[in-house]
Design a protein around this ligand. Structure first.
Ligand code: DAH
Length: 341
């Protein structure tokens, strides 16, 4: 009997040795100790023995069961440790590897420049008024003293929606809408998108402008010059100079175009400024009396100054960008250059 039990123990031992995972271990345990297992069958067979046989046989079977049980517990423990170790090594992370840096976005260059411009003027007491992008002929042209035959009214230049409604070709209607609502003193900026049927390296059918308007008693060209000098100092270098050139706009009289000393060659003359040392940045002037009157401002008491600038143009000059389209393509490599954090 003892021999038979020794054999069972031996075979359990050797079978256990070849087991390498919990599933096989479970199956083997069932084979020996399960409901229909070999050792369970021996225990069950005891009831057919005589009382004397039963006691000696019972002791041997119990010893066998205890020994086999112990073997399984040992193996279970060993497997658990092995599996845990395998998991640890599989899931190990090398904490010495450099991490993935989160990509940080930045403002679009047009927004950087727009904010700079708005801040420069807001520091001088300007408020912001945003007008609608779909405007009427009245606000875009008539109220700004732009005559019926003016080229800006041409279908070639302006996107018409109906005979009377259009995508505003400039932000100057912001002047009119403000003056209609408010009596002087007025000091506003009107930023926003504008639209023109134009498309090449320096023109885009949609671009951004900022209109400025000051109306008060005794506003003069000197105020305009002082204001724009300060603005240019904030946007470009400290030593950038401005100059006024006589020009013509229907809504200002006199009208000027404003140049700054070239930010690349500082006035010496280079390819950017076409050898002149100067670059045009905006149009401005003293608000035409007719425009003030049409919007309900007494032109005998008040005078105004106005200016209008293109944000794309200023951005291109400031950063040396030669093609306006790069500002709208959203190429991340291009935009990344403006991440100054
Ligand atoms: N509205 C003009 C344009 O789009 C820009 C402009 C010129 C605005 C002179 C002004 C101004 O207020 O005084 O070209």
């Amino acid at each position: 009997m003892q021999e038979k039990f020794d054999l069972i123990l031996q075979s359990a031992k050797s079978e256990l040795e070849s087991i390498s995972n919990s599933k096989d271990l479970f199956d083997l345990k069932t084979k020996y100790l399960g409901k229909n297992g070999e050792i369970t069958a021996l225990l069950r067979g005891m009831k057919d023995l005589s009382p004397q046989e039963r006691s000696s046989f019972g002791k041997l079977v119990n010893d066998l069961k205890t020994a086999v049980d112990a073997l399984f517990v040992q193996k279970e423990q060993a497997l658990k440790e092995k599996e845990l170790e395998e998991r640890f090594s599989k899931e190990a992370i090398d904490i010495t590897l450099p991490g993935d840096k989160p990509k940080i976005g930045s403002l679009h260059p047009l927004n950087i420049v727009k904010n700079k411009i708005l801040n420069a003027f807001m520091g001088m007491g300007f408020e912001v008024f945003e007008g609608p992008e779909i405007e009427s002929d009245y606000y875009c042209f008539q109220a700004l003293n732009i005559p019926k035959d003016h080229p800006a009214r041409d279908m070639q230049d302006t996107f018409y929606i109906t005979d009377n409604l259009l995508l505003r070709p400039h932000t100057s209607p912001g002047q009119v809408r403000t003056m209609e609502k408010k009596q002087p003193p007025i000091k506003i900026l009107s930023p926003g998108r504008v639209y023109r049927a134009d498309d090449d390296a320096s023109h885009s059918p949609m671009f951004h402008q900022i209109e400025g308007l000051v109306v008060d008693k005794g506003v003069s060209l000197c105020d305009l010059k002082g204001l724009l000098d300060e603005f240019v100092r904030v946007i470009f270098d400290e030593d950038t100079k401005t100059r006024f050139r006589p020009s013509y706009f229907p809504f200002t009289e006199p009208s000027v175009e404003v140049d700054v000393t070239c930010c690349k060659c500082h006035g010496k003359g280079c390819s950017l400024c076409k050898g002149t040392g100067w670059i045009e940045i905006l149009g401005a002037g003293i608000v035409n009396k007719k425009v003030l009157e049409m919007s309900g401002i007494d032109s005998d008491v008040y005078s105004g100054l106005a200016f209008g600038l293109g944000i794309e143009r200023i951005t291109m000059i400031k950063y040396g960008i030669s093609d306006i389209r790069t500002l709208f393509e959203n190429n991340v490599n291009f935009l990344k250059q403006f991440n100054r954090r």
